[in-house]
Design a protein around this ligand. Structure first.
Ligand code: MN
Length: 189
């Protein structure tokens, strides 16, 4: 798979409170996007903690990773976390997320994974792990709330979505990035 990534701090901040983690292993691709609560140093500390945990546990089930992250993040101010696991062998896409991480998928069928409400490290009521079918060429996008809710993949023509994921990520960030927050978008195809 190819990836496009934009990860930038709120203007005037040295540290970004958002983070991401991508790992390809066996026939699988694991993608996580994390938004530490607020911005600045404490937000970055929360997202670093989440990445540290995920790095050592990405082979577990998404539900286990979410639950483990929640425990780990209790010593921080908390974070929103979204994670997708694509398996090219079984042609599946699994998703689990808590808080303001959005997922968009461009496939031949309508696929709409959803993050549940909550903040890892602070309140986790339930974990929802969903499975969808994945076809080669499908586009998967995970982004933090640094991208406006007005963003809609259907606004873009099919030709544009055929470009390199980095081009796609940069254009979406330029057109739908919010001024008042850290911003992270990961585009995979
Ligand atoms: Mn945010």
């Amino acid at each position: 798979m190819r990836f496009g990534i934009v990860n930038q701090a709120l203007k005037g901040q040295r540290l970004c409170g958002d983070a991401y983690f991508i790992k390809e292993f066996e026939s699988r691709i694991f993608i996580a996007v994390i938004d530490g609560l607020g911005h600045g140093t404490d937000a970055a500390a929360a997202s670093d903690t989440a990445v540290g945990y995920i790095k050592n546990n990405y082979q577990k089930s998404l539900t286990e990773i979410i639950t483990g992250c929640h425990e780990e993040l209790k010593k921080t101010r908390g974070a929103a976390v979204g994670m997708a696991l694509i398996d090219l062998e079984s042609s599946t896409l699994r998703y689990a997320g808590v808080g303001n991480i959005e997922v968009r998928v461009k496939s031949r069928t309508v696929i709409r994974p959803i993050s549940v409400n909550g903040i890892l490290g602070y309140n986790l009521r339930k974990v929802r792990e969903e499975e969808f079918s994945y076809r080669e060429g499908d586009i998967i996008i995970l982004h933090s709330d640094g991208i406006s809710t007005k963003f809609d993949l259907n606004l873009y023509p099919p030709e544009f979505l055929g470009q390199h994921p980095q081009t796609i990520a940069e254009r979406i960030a330029a057109e739908f990035g919010r001024e008042r927050d850290d911003l992270t978008i990961v585009v995979a195809r």
